[in-house]
Every structure is written in structure tokens, then in C-alpha cells.
Design a protein around this ligand. Structure first.
Ligand SMILES: [Fe+2]
Length: 420
């Protein structure tokens, strides 16, 4: 039997989406999807407790968490016990999120029969929990069938997201990002449905306090990429721009503090909010072009998602700036002063790279430690994988093609200024 295809493997759909990503698309975006969001301290103890009976009739909760984040579930368990809920913790998550893993989660949820899913973890955990949610309610579907504008009618389960990192944004987006290992090399697939935004998000500051510095750094750049690309996309609206810009400003203000000092709860609070605002922005704009490159590096060189996003931001900014003036608005909104468009762009790129330097982040693929010989051998594969990544479809630059992907990789390897 021929392998089923995702909506984004259809060249007609790609052409359509790519044309919608261009400047002509401005003012065509007509919605802003959000959810109920709580943020701060003692949210789980206080507000969540009062919500529980509204969220579940059966008084049964299925907690999805990771191998490490299970240690953070204590406050949730405490509240469930106090509310006299039955609950089951499922943390059988495999590192690269193959779709098969979701089926095991669905079996466990079927066995336990809950009407409330509580996902406690980083982006991977939240995404796998969303996958479980979809297939638990719609066992007749497979994930290939889930498409952005087609209703899937989820109504049996309420979903609560409690992120334990400040970056992935899965708690606020309509996307479920998974790895499909049936491709060679495996592919990152973004399943998008307006129905898979969690019903409730809890941004509890203490949940991100124990993130190791490496995760603070990676997830922070992931958030910065979401916000920046949401802003420069032609799909950006006044709603998304407000969220994206505030997120970018908060990240520039608090990222370094959050990275240096785990005890700096102010910085953790604002970075957690910034990450969530960036997620609203990206979910209501278009996916990030630098995500296509970061996904590719993850799959081929096993690099960190967020860090990769950060490294590619300056290059993608320059690439998109050749055909779009959104970078000018961003530079001006960030208080940059210059006397020419070129100077605005240079100063904007420099601002991002200065932040990267402060956070000991490589500015090039070479400094990231990727062997040059291996990189060159894999260049064609890298370009092809990035070009086929769903995130690249929404490129704000209309002439984006395989050749451009190759050049962006080459220029990012050496740290060259984009001149094409
Ligand atoms: Fe991301």
C-alpha cells in the first residue's frame, strides 16, 4: 500500500500556502486564537484547584509527563488528591517522539478512562500529550488526516498544559510537533488543528526554576525565534504584533538574568510569560523560517532545537529583509536608530548577536562544533530536508527555494552576511 501523505506533502497545497506567505497576504489573516491562561505563583495550589470540577465530570485525570519532569508533578498530585480525583501518571515518553509512542499513551488513557489530560513537561511532553488527546478522541483518524482547517470535533476531554520550560510554546499553539520516523531521514511534522490548543495553560514560575542553564538558553532562543518570525511574517496582524513585540522586549530584558541566576524569580516569571506570548504570536501568524533549518540540524546532527533556532535567526532576518520591510518596523519598535535601511538591518542583527554572545551562544554552525567535512558532505541533504520542512512553506520571501536553503546553510556555517 502506498504510504499516506500529510497535507503538507501535497505540492498544490505547498504552492498555495507559499503564495499566501507573501506580502500580498497582509491583512488576510482574520483570527486570533487564544486560551485560558494563568500565570504567576501558587496558581496550581489556588486557581487550578477551583477549576478542577469544571474541567472534569468523571473526577479522573491522566497526567502525561517526562522521565525527568515527573519530579515536578508533586503540586499537581497534591491538588488532585485534595479534590478527591483519581489520577494516573504516564511518563513512558521516548526521546524523539516517534508517532508510535503516542499509541502507547492512548492505550494507557483508554485503560484509565479519564476526561482530563494534564500535561506537565517541556515541549516534547506537551506535544505527545496533544497527540494522545487527538487519537484518544478520534481513534478512527490517523495523524496524517489532521489538517489546519478541517474540524476534528474533539469534545470528550479537557486538556491542561503546565509547561516546565520557557520556550516551546506548545501550551498556547494549535501545533503538535512530532518526529515521523517513517521518513529517511526522519522528519519533523507539525500537525495543526485549531482544536488542539489546550483549554487551560498554567505558567507557574516554580515549574521553570530548576531548568538547567543549557535548557534556559535553548528554550529562550526558541521563544525569541517564535516572536521574531511572527513579527516579520506577512501574516502578522496588530494582535500578533502586540504579543510578538512584547515577548521580544521581555526576552531582551530578562533572558541573560534568567540564564545566569536560577534564583532570579523575576527573570523566570517574565521569561515564562514571554515564551507564552511568543507562542500566541507564532500560532496566530506563520511558522518561523529559521525553524526549518533548526529542525534539519536536529534531525541530521542531533543538535538542540531552540539553540538552532537562535543561531539561524540573524541569517533568516537578513534573507527575508531582501524582499520585505517588516525588519524596519521591528528595528524601530525596538528603539534602534539609523540613517539608512541597511543600517537598521545591521543594527538589528547586531542586537540579536550581542544577546547571543552574552549567553555564550555560537553565532555560526562552525562555532557550534559541526565538522566542516561532514557538513559539506551532507549539504545537499540538509538543503533538501529544510526545503521540505513544513515551517519553510510560510517563508515571507516568495522566491525561497532549494538553492536558497543551500546558501543559507553555507552562509550560516561561515557566519557570512547574507548578500542574495
Ligand atoms: Fe520552536
Amino acid at each position: 500500500m502506498a504510504k499516506k501523505k500529510y497535507y503538507f506533502e501535497d505540492p498544490v497545497a505547498r504552492g498555495l500556502i507559499q503564495s499566501l506567505g507573501t506580502k500580498k497576504a497582509r491583512r488576510n489573516m482574520s483570527y486570533f486564537i487564544g486560551n485560558m491562561t494563568f500565570f504567576g505563583d501558587k496558581i496550581i495550589k489556588d486557581q487550578f484547584r477551583t477549576l478542577l470540577n469544571v474541567l472534569s465530570n468523571k473526577k479522573r485525570a491522566f497526567i502525561v509527563t517526562g522521565k525527568h519532569t515527573i519530579t515536578l508533578c508533586g503540586p499537581v498530585e497534591k491538588v488532585l488528591k485534595r479534590a478527591k480525583f483519581e489520577y494516573k501518571i504516564w511518563n513512558n515518553i521516548e526521546p524523539v517522539l516517534p508517532i508510535e509512542n503516542i499509541k502507547k499513551g492512548v492505550e494507557a488513557l483508554n485503560e484509565f478512562d479519564a476526561d482530563l489530560i494534564i500535561a506537565v513537561g517541556g515541549g516534547s511532553v506537551l506535544d505527545i500529550a496533544k497527540g494522545i488527546w487527538i487519537l484518544f478522541e478520534r481513534p478512527d483518524l490517523d495523524l496524517y488526516d489532521v489538517q489546519p482547517l478541517v474540524p476534528i470535533n474533539l469534545h470528550k476531554v479537557k486538556f491542561v498544559a503546565i509547561p516546565t520550560s520557557s520556550g516551546s510554546g506548545s501550551e498556547a499553539t494549535t501545533a503538535t510537533v512530532l518526529t515521523d520516523t517513517s521518513f529517511t531521514p526522519p522528519r519533523k511534522v507539525s500537525i495543526i488543528s485549531m482544536e488542539t490548543i489546550p483549554h487551560v495553560t498554567i505558567l507557574e514560575t516554580s515549574m521553570v526554576q530548576t531548568m538547567p542553564p543549557k535548557l534556559v538558553k535553548g528554550s529562550g532562543f526558541d521563544a525569541l525565534s517564535h516572536a521574531t518570525n511572527a513579527y516579520i511574517s506577512h501574516w502578522c496582524t496588530p494582535y500578533t504584533e502586540a504579543f510578538a513585540l512584547k515577548a521580544i522586549k521581555l526576552i531582551f530584558e530578562y533572558f541573560e538574568r534568567s540564564y545566569i541566576d536560577p534564583e532570579d524569580l523575576d527573570a523566570k516569571y517574565y521569561m515564562h510569560i514571554a515564551s507564552n506570548m511568543a507562542a500566541f504570536a507564532t500560532s496566530n501568524s506563520a511558522p518561523a523560517l529559521d525553524h526549518a533549518f533548526a529542525h534539519t540540524m536536529e534531525l541530521i546532527f542531533k543538535t538542540h532545537h531552540g539553540l538552532g533556532c537562535g543561531i539561524f535567526i540573524p541569517y533568516c532576518l537578513q534573507y527575508v529583509a531582501k524582499t520585505s520591510d517588516r525588519y524596519l518596523d521591528l528595528a524601530k519598535d525596538l528603539g534602534i536608530q539609523a540613517s539608512s535601511n541597511e543600517e537598521y538591518l545591521d543594527k538589528l542583527v547586531k542586537k540579536y548577536q550581542e544577546l547571543m554572545r552574552k549567553l555564550d551562544t555560537p553565532l555560526t554552525i562552525k562555532d557550534w562544533g559541526i565538522d566542516e567535512k561532514e557538513f559539506k558532505e551532507k549539504l545537499e541533504l540538509l538543503a533538501e530536508t529544510a526545503f521540505n520542512d513544513g515551517a519553510s512553506w510560510f517563508s515571507p520571501r516568495p522566491d525561497y527555494d532549494l538553492e536558497a536553503c543551500k546558501k543559507i546553510f553555507e552562509y550560516t556555517y561561515d557566519g557570512k552576511k547574507i548578500d542574495f
